[in-house]
Every structure is written in structure tokens, then in C-alpha cells.
Design a protein around this ligand. Structure first.
Ligand code: GLN
Length: 483
């Protein structure tokens, strides 16, 4: 097989060939390692330089290599979370989610670039530079897991891990034309995941297709004595097989599928609803009355939690230290001033303010009440529908720099994904076509279709996504061929 043919295989196809003795894991490793080392999208912050590690073809992941978002701790390997303050930080242990992947037989190929501490929607907040979208290098890949999304879309990795606090798996997956899955909060351990907002942070997968998502997810999930909020999943994740959507009731929340969504994205969304109907689903519009307040609640809760989580970066325990002899307080402030980027500082200030005495009830307390209302909205919607569907991102990939000076425009990217994060429910994005960028550009760019289900509905969700994916037959090869 040529290297191009090799990287054209999905992970599941590669595993099948390895098991059949038609492909050596070492061959696959070398093909990906070469592409990863030649990465010109800035998708990677570290690439393995070792020869192919020993692989066990009988292991669940059979030696198919994985790329890992940089905020997962990997023992002895830089884990910088996109921040200057963690430059060259090599943790003494590996995150449970990643250790689970190693134990399932997948070796680490590379660490992926990301927005600093996962704060961002374009990957432009990385201290290690922006990542380019393989569909159009003048555009962003989305964020915060932009490196993972770009790497998988461009065929620089068979699959990758990511984290999603408000949309950071689903939105970049949509902008790069691949599948991104954020499971139920607590399905995967957060131990060793550098924290942003602990009540929202959720690990998940970037894959070429839904079958690969099920495989990688099954490797990552599981209870963990090191994370008391981690439950695992009630049943093993099964390879999806559904060929139709008969009997499946899809709800379209009006609040998340109209105003503010680009016309091209809406048109693709409508076409996908038609396909769902053809497959036998019923599609009805519904309401999530508080969903429109999701962003406001999120941008209080997430900064509040981050202001507390990021207090640990003080120049004493991790990463960089700026000490010009002025004493302890100067060392703290000097380190944090030099080590954090603008967006991270903005959030620490917002969060500290929202938690301060006198404002706590008005801001943080109220945001928590809105969060509860949003969860209740979902609960009542799921009494009438199996899944809720929306466009994943309000727009296609935008040009680098287009939203950098406007934090609110940047925050709006997560309008459709944040409510599911606040409710802790599983949601997945599949590529459902292309649309032209607004403003008369002729470039066709991928769009994403989001499917959200009740907590712990992973297997049903994957099956519904699989049936749709098969009918959509989205062609992801242009992004690989351009790379
Ligand atoms: N874009 C959102 C933010 O900046 C979500 C990020 C994420 O999910 N990590 O907070």
C-alpha cells in the first residue's frame, strides 16, 4: 500500500487489516510519523521521533497511533496546554484517559496544538501560534481543540483526543469536516487533564467517522479512583450498525436553529433533516426556552471555575518562573503576567469578579440557576424526543484574525454547543456537507450537524449518527489530499 492509501484508511479499517495480517502496525506508524513531522498546519506541538513502538495486533486498538490534545498530561512529554506558563513542562504521570488508550494498544504519535488552557474557538489563543484549517489555510480550524481537528482532517493522525468545555470538540470537528464526540459528563476521567472549568470539562474524540468514534470512546471511558466525578458508562460502547432512523423522534430546538446561523449552514441543516426523514425519523420543531441564555451563564461559570483552577500557576510548582529579586508577591505576579495570554487573563479577571463577595449571588449564583433551568429544558424535551438536533456551529470556518478583536463575536461560535455542556449531556457533530463562506467567497467549507441525547445515551446516539453519516456520504478526502 502507498502512504496515501494508508492514510486513507479509517482507524477501524486499519485495525481490520492489521488483524488480517495485511498491514504491519510499524508501516502505519511510519506513514503517519512522516506526515506528522512534515506538518505545516502547526497542528502539533510535539511529534514522536522514535521508531514504531511494539504493537499487539490482538489489542483493541491494534497499534493504530493516536494524537493527543496538549492539555492531557503525558509522562515525560511536554504537556503545555497551549500556554507559555507551561512551556516545556513534562508531567511525572499520564492522564487516565490517555493511559487507557495506551492500554488498549494505541501508541502516542503527537501532541496537538490548542487554545491556551482550552479558552477559545479558533486556536488563535495558543502561545504556540495558530493552527491552519486544511480546507483553506487562510482560515481557522476552530477551537479550542484546533490542532486535533486539523490533524485528523488533514490525515496527519488517524484519530485524536480532545476536550470540550463548551464546544471545543464539536465546533472544530464541524469546521474541519470530521466527527467530534463529547460524551456524557463524567464518562471519562478528568485525572491528568489540565483543568479549565471542572464542572464542564469533558474529554472526547476526533475521528474520520462514527465507527472510529465508538472505538476510541470505548478505550477512553471507565471509572477512575483518581476522579470522584467519573462514572464511566453503564454499558460498553458498541460499534454502531443502524441503517435507518425508523421510530426515531428528532426535535429541532427553534432557539438554536434560526437567528444568527449563516444561511449556508442552515441550508445544509435543512437538507440533513430531509435525509433523516427519508431514513424514517420524525422531525418536529421544539423549544429549549432557556437555551438562549446558555452563553451568558457559561461565560460566568467557566471563568469563575478557571479563576480558581488557574491559581495553581504561581511560578512555584509548574513551568516558568519570572523572578527579578523583588520578593514572593513580585514573583507570583511577574510569572502570571508573563506566562498567561490576554484571553486567559480576561477570564481570570471576569471569574474573580463574579465570585467576589457582594457579587457572588448576582452573577455566579444566578448563572447556576440558569444552568439548572437549561438542564430542565433538556429533560422535558427528551420526554418527547429521542434526540435534539442543531447546526453545530453558527458559521463555517472564518479567516484568521477575523474575530480576534471581538471577544463576544468569538464567544458566539459556541451558541449551539454550550447548552449541552451546561446540562452535561452527550452530543456529537458529524460533517453534513459544505457551504460557501459569507461575503461572496467561492470556497466551499464543511458544515456540522449536532445530535444531542439524554445522559448515558451514547450507544443510541452513535447509532443514529451512523445511519445519517452513511446516508450523507460526506467526502473528507479533499482535506487530506491538500496536505
Ligand atoms: N470556546 C469556548 C470557550 O472559549 C469553549 C471552549 C472549550 O470547550 N474548551 O470557553
Amino acid at each position: 500500500m502507498t502512504a496515501t492509501e494508508l492514510v486513507g484508511l479509517t482507524a477501524a479499517e486499519a485495525i481490520g487489516r492489521i488483524r488480517a495480517g495485511e498491514l504491519e502496525p510499524a508501516e502505519l506508524w511510519s506513514a503517519y510519523q512522516q506526515r506528522a513531522q512534515a506538518d505545516d498546519l502547526n497542528a502539533y506541538t510535539w511529534v514522536a521521533d522514535a521508531d514504531a513502538p511494539a504493537a499487539d495486533p490482538a489489542a483493541p486498538l491494534a497499534g493504530v497511533p493516536v494524537a493527543v490534545k496538549d492539555l492531557f498530561c503525558t509522562e515525560g512529554i511536554p504537556s503545555q496546554a497551549g500556554s507559555r506558563i507551561l512551556e516545556n513542562y513534562c508531567p511525572p504521570y499520564t492522564a487516565t484517559a490517555i493511559q487507557n488508550i495506551y492500554d488498549a494498544g494505541a501508541p502516542l504519535l503527537a501532541k496537538t496544538n490548542q487554545d491556551e488552557f482550552a479558552m477559545g474557538s479558533s486556536n488563535e489563543n495558543s502561545a504556540y501560534g495558530p493552527v491552519l484549517n486544511p480546507w483553506d489555510r487562510a482560515r481557522v480550524p476552530g477551537g479550542s481543540s484546533g490542532g486535533s481537528a486539523a490533524a485528523v482532517a488533514a490525515g496527519l493522525a488517524p484519530w485524536a483526543t480532545g476536550t470540550d468545555t463548551g464546544g471545543s470538540i464539536r465546533q472544530p470537528a464541524a469546521l474541519c469536516g470530521i466527527v467530534g464526540f463529547k460524551p456524557t459528563y463524567g464518562a471519562i476521567s478528568r485525572y491528568g487533564m489540565i483543568a479549565f472549568a471542572s464542572s464542564l470539562d469533558q474529554a472526547g474524540t476526533f475521528t474520520r467517522d462514527v465507527t472510529d468514534a465508538a472505538l476510541l470512546l470505548e478505550a477512553m471511558v471507565g471509572k477512575d479512583p483518581y476522579d470522584s466525578t467519573c462514572l464511566g458508562l453503564p454499558e460498553p460502547v458498541q460499534p454502531p450498525t443502524a441503517t435507518d432512523l425508523r421510530g426515531v423522534r428528532l426535535g429541532v430546538p427553534e432557539e438554536l436553529s434560526g437567528e444568527g446561523i449563516e444561511p449556508g449552514v442552515l441550508a445544509a441543516f435543512e437538507r440533513t433533516l430531509d435525509i433523516a426523514r427519508d431514513l424514517g425519523a420524525t422531525v418536529e420543531s421544539t423549544h429549549l426556552p432557556h437555551a438562549a441564555h446558555g452563553l451568558s451563564a457559561y461565560y460566568l461559570i467557566a471563568p469563575a471555575e478557571c479563576s480558581s483552577n488557574l491559581a495553581r500557576f504561581d511560578g512555584v510548582r509548574y513551568g516558568m518562573r519570572v523572578d527579578d529579586g523583588g520578593g514572593l508577591l513580585d514573583m507570583y505576579t511577574g510569572t502570571r503576567a508573563a506566562g498567561f495570554g490576554d484571553e486567559v487573563k480576561r477570564r481570570i479577571m471576569l471569574g474573580t469578579y463574579a465570585l467576589s463577595s457582594g457579587y457572588y449571588d448576582a452573577y455566579y449564583g444566578r448563572a447556576q440557576k440558569v444552568r439548572t433551568k437549561i438542564s430542565e429544558d433538556f429533560e422535558s424535551a427528551f420526554s418527547a424526543f429521542d434526540f435534539l438536533v442543531t447546526p453545530t456551529s453558527p458559521g463555517v470556518a472564518f479567516e484568521l484574525g477575523a474575530k480576534s478583536d471581538d471577544p463576544l463575536a468569538m464567544y458566539f461560535n459556541d451558541f449551539c454547543t454550550v447548552p449541552m455542556s451546561l446540562a452535561g449531556i452527550p452530543a456529537l457533530s458529524i460533517p453534513n456537507g459544505t457551504a460557501q463562506a459569507p461575503g461572496g467567497s467561492s470556497t466551499e467549507l464543511p458544515t456540522g450537524f449536532q445530535i444531542a441525547g439524554p445522559a448515558f445515551s451514547e450507544n443510541k446516539l452513535l447509532n443514529a449518527a451512523y445511519a445519517l453519516e452513511t446516508a450523507l456520504a460526506f467526502d473528507s478526502s479533499p482535506a487530506r489530499e491538500a496536505s
